[in-house]
Unconditional design. Structure first.
Length: 134
């Protein structure tokens, strides 16, 4: 019995390329509707964007903040995918499933904490200046 490779069955072309955007949007919608952490990240993203506009942060600061936001949101989406995949494989309590889920969550936590530190580095001096404390 011959095995068909993934490349042979994977559709290609411009229509498929456009559909991939639709699938990505569906993934985002799912995460925002069903993952509490994603909603929290969205709230903080909006807050950071507003603060960036209010404090008129530099282009470099915008770039750094957008990278931090993108990496954090991307990690949360990957964590959601890991959790869904583990649940697809087994709904039983399994030590390896726990490790996979916990490590996915830990990755998101690490990126989130780095994003918070970046936000503090960029915004804390601006808050102090606004309050005439520096």
């Amino acid at each position: 019995m011959s095995q068909i490779s993934r490349d042979e069955i994977k559709k290609k072309g411009f229509k498929r390329f456009l559909k991939s955007f639709k699938f990505s949007i569906e993934g985002l919608k799912y995460a925002y509707k069903n993952e509490q952490s994603m909603l929290i990240h969205l709230i903080f993203t909006i807050l950071v964007l507003i603060l960036g506009l209010v404090f008129k942060i530099s282009h470099t600061e915008w770039a750094i903040m957008l990278i931090a936001i993108g990496v954090t949101l991307g990690a949360e989406l990957l964590n959601t995918a890991i959790e869904a995949t583990v649940d697809l494989v087994t709904l039983e309590i399994n030590p390896l499933a726990k490790i996979a889920k916990d490590c996915g969550s830990a990755a998101t936590f690490v990126f989130s904490m780095i994003a918070v530190i970046i936000g503090l580095i960029i915004f804390f001096p601006k808050f102090l200046a606004m309050l005439n404390l520096i």
